[in-house]
Design a protein around this ligand. Structure first.
Ligand code: GAR
Length: 201
């Protein structure tokens, strides 16, 4: 079985979509082994416990540097024999040791069509820019911010009546589809990374 670890910082609706698609068998031969949060009160930790999944809070405040925090994270990942690490609303940039250790095995979901609107509040950035189409992206994580090889993208229209909330909701519905789809492709060994391009076998 593929051991999936999920990193979160909050609500965890993308985590839920991964759990549901593992439980239904859509993502084959896989198990969510551990959910790790950098926020003590992240609701995603409750979701994990509701499904009998190990829920771990790693408090960044107790580590003297980013590197020490990263080492603590690595320890938990190793303890649960992690094969793939999913960033599902995790609001920090991972350090290079972790990225090297899990090269092409860390995936992130971002609420915009990368390379547009990297970083925080991507949906607000899209509205302010005035684009007519936005969407979401699943990509492998490299050492940059929202910059690794793109696995899947899905577009949604931006409507004149949209607020940050309404656009975020429309994008989120697509996130819940493409993130499990990308993990399924990974689980099936069908993602072939060639430089920046990810070919689907
Ligand atoms: C999602 O929209 C995700 O794409 C976004 O945070 C939200 C988390 O929701 N991630 C980022 O903005 C990463 N920079 P969730 O906790 O319900 O999955």
């Amino acid at each position: 079985t593929l051991n999936i670890a999920v990193l979160i910082s909050g609500r965890g609706s993308n985590l839920q979509s991964i759990i549901d698609n593992v439980e239904s068998g859509y993502i084959p031969n896989a198990c969510v082994s551990v959910v790790i949060s950098d926020k003590r009160d992240a609701y995603g930790l409750v979701r994990a416990m509701n499904h009998g999944i190990n829920a771990v809070f790693i408090d960044p405040a107790v580590y003297e540097s980013k590197k020490h925090f990263e080492n603590a994270l690595l320890e938990v990942l190793e303890k649960f024999s992690t094969d793939v690490l999913l960033l599902a609303g995790f609001m920090r940039i991972l350090g290079s040791n972790l990225i090297k250790a899990y090269n092409n095995r860390v995936m992130n979901i971002h609420p915009a069509l990368l390379p547009s609107f990297k970083g925080l509040h991507a949906q607000k950035q899209a509205l302010e820019y005035g684009v007519k189409i936005s969407g979401c992206t699943v990509h492998f994580v490299d050492e940059g911010m929202d910059s690794g090889p793109i696995i899947l993208q899905k577009s949604v229209p931006v409507l004149d009546s949209d607020t940050e909330d309404s656009l975020s909701e429309r994008i989120l519905a697509q996130e819940h589809i493409i993130f499990p789809e990308a993990v399924k492709l990974f689980a099936e060994g069908r993602l072939d990374v060639k430089g920046r391009r990810v070919h689907i076998l």
